[in-house]
Unconditional design. Sequence first.
Length: 109
Amino acid sequence: MDILERMPWMAQNAVFQRLSEIADVASLNKEERMKYDANMKAFRDTIAVMEGQYLEGHAEGRTEGRAEGRAEGRAEANCDNARKMKEDGMPIELIAKYTGLSATEIESL
């Protein structure tokens, strides 16, 4: 009851209206109950599909993020290696061959 007392009056009213609707389900005739059950099934199916899509999108986003992170890590490692090769006096063409970086990228290191 503590939470209910802290809610604004309109929200309290909505809670009691919803409880009233639920209580009325018991008084439905067979046809009304079938319609109610069909609507509830459709509602629950929609919620399940939305949740599934959310979880699928979340997993896809994590996969893409990991792939991007790995690519950035490889690129950073290639830059570090290219910098060391350049400092050791290796030709730029050879550095480009082994790191996959362009000559201008190597020159700017």
